[in-house]
Write a protein that binds this ligand. Structure first.
Ligand SMILES: *Cc1c(COP(=O)(O)O)cnc(C)c1O
Length: 402
């Protein structure tokens, strides 16, 4: 085997200390699990070698390409059923790169009004400065979407299920509207993941995932992806390299590792969520439960059509408790398992309080329009034993008995 840069020549200690052990010169291909390529660059023998790498899309510089990031690109492209992907340093990196690469000054976006808070901030605070206008409508009413489309509209943007009301969007219908009007449909699939739903198979052109959440599932890495048509991804990749929001090697490695158990985890999370939703709906202290598995959910029928059955409706739900901060605090303190966390999709059950977090800055009347009240609690269901989880919630709800 040819050894890279090995020579009989001997240099001084302070030089050799940099050289010795710099390359692995024994057979090291196909390790059982992928090594982490913590390197900013890859060495080449000469310029022929360099041009060969350019041509074969080999590895030269980390911001452009890294083996761990490429491995995750392959995995995500498969998972979402697209042609290609980019992997970003966060879900927001994926969202901003997608938007900046697909619109220009004078363009218009029609967006759902209940998106992830910071996506709305990009649309409201950042895009107007670049001459891009956004109209917000309720995507559960496609006639509203249709009315908002103009000749300048380039993107229809929605999440598969909304936060925190867990409403469901007719993705096939939205895709048809987009394509009939020369637009692309961009879907943020973070809450559902490819385990439960694959928007591309329903006509979406680009799918975004915050891999920080269910996909990685271990609450230890921040990462995001965009998957879809090769031509659109190529454009997004060019912007990503220039904006510099590529995911680093270690994060990419963590996420591909987390995703290996994604089916196991998310199937259990979805089953637990449906069971918990049913149990909470029967509690006299819970005013309302929002989960697509329930007959009472406004898009229950659509959810069955899109997701298949009650145990495939996602791991996110929300409940409405009476509007008393004091009682909510008591309830939160009494829960042994579910705990407050500013994230979601991890293997343990977590809670969020939209009025105090994602919609803290939203004016009260706008919140009321979306159904976001003081008593609204969002639950991200984990992989605990369902009975333990249900028992813990029902016991904590006894604070409303007094
Ligand atoms: C968390 C989240 C994001 C943003 O992802 P980050 O990884 O935190 O940047 C985008 N969309 C949805 C639906 C999310 O839940």
């Amino acid at each position: 085997m040819e050894q890279f840069k090995r020579t009989e020549k001997e240099f001084s200690f302070e030089t050799e200390i940099l050289k010795q052990g710099a390359y692995i010169n024994a057979l090291a291909s196909n390790p059982e699990t992928a090594p982490i390529y913590l390197t900013t660059a890859f060495n080449v023998e000469d310029l022929d070698d360099l041009y060969d790498r350019y041509e074969k899309k080999g590895f030269c510089y980390n911001r452009n390409r890294n083996p761990n990031r490429n491995a995750l690109i392959e995995l995500m492209t498969y998972a979402e059923g697209g042609e290609d992907s980019i992997i970003c340093s966060s879900g927001m990196g994926a969202i901003s790169t997608t938007i900046f690469s697909q619109v220009k000054c004078g363009d218009h976006i029609v967006s759902d009004m209940t998106l992830y808070g910071e996506t709305i901030d990009i649309f409201k605070e950042v895009l107007p400065a670049y001459g891009v206008e956004v109209t917000f409508v309720d995507f559960t009413k496609l006639e509203e979407v249709e009315r908002a489309i103009k000749s300048e509209t380039k993107i229809l943007y929605t999440e598969t299920v909304s936060n925190p009301m867990i409403t469901v969007v007719d993705i096939d219908g939205a895709a048809k509207l987009a394509h009939d009007n020369n637009c692309i449909l961009v879907v943020d699939n973070t809450f559902m993941t490819s385990v439960a739903f694959r928007p591309i198979a329903h006509g979406a052109d680009l799918v975004i995932n915050s891999l920080t959440k269910f996909a990685n599932g271990h609450s230890d890495a921040v990462c995001g992806s965009v998957t879809g048509k090769a031509e659109l991804i190529q454009k997004a990749y060019r912007y990503q390299v220039l904006l510099g929001n590529t995911a680093d090697a270690f994060t990419s490695w963590l996420v591909q590792r987390g995703m290996r158990t994604m089916s196991l985890r998310i199937e259990k999370q979805m089953k637990n969520a449906a069971k918990l939703a049913k149990a909470l709906e029967e509690s006299p202290y819970v005013l309302k439960v929002n989960h697509p598995s329930l007959m009472s959910h406004p898009q229950h029928e659509l959810a069955m059509k899109l997701f298949g059955n009650e145990y495939s409706c996602g791991g996110m739900l929300s409940i409405v408790l009476p509007d008393s901060m004091e009682k909510i605090n008591l309830f939160m303190r009494k829960l042994n398992l579910a705990h407050y966390a500013m994230t979601l999709g991890g293997y343990r059950t977590t809670l969020a309080h939209p009025v105090s977090s994602s919609h803290y800055d939203t004016p009260e009347e706008e919140r009321a329009k979306m159904g976001i009240t003081l008593g609204l609690i969002r639950i991200s269901v984990g992989i605990e034993k369902a009975e333990d989880l249900i028992h813990d919630f029902l016991e904590a709800l006894n604070v409303y008995k007094e």
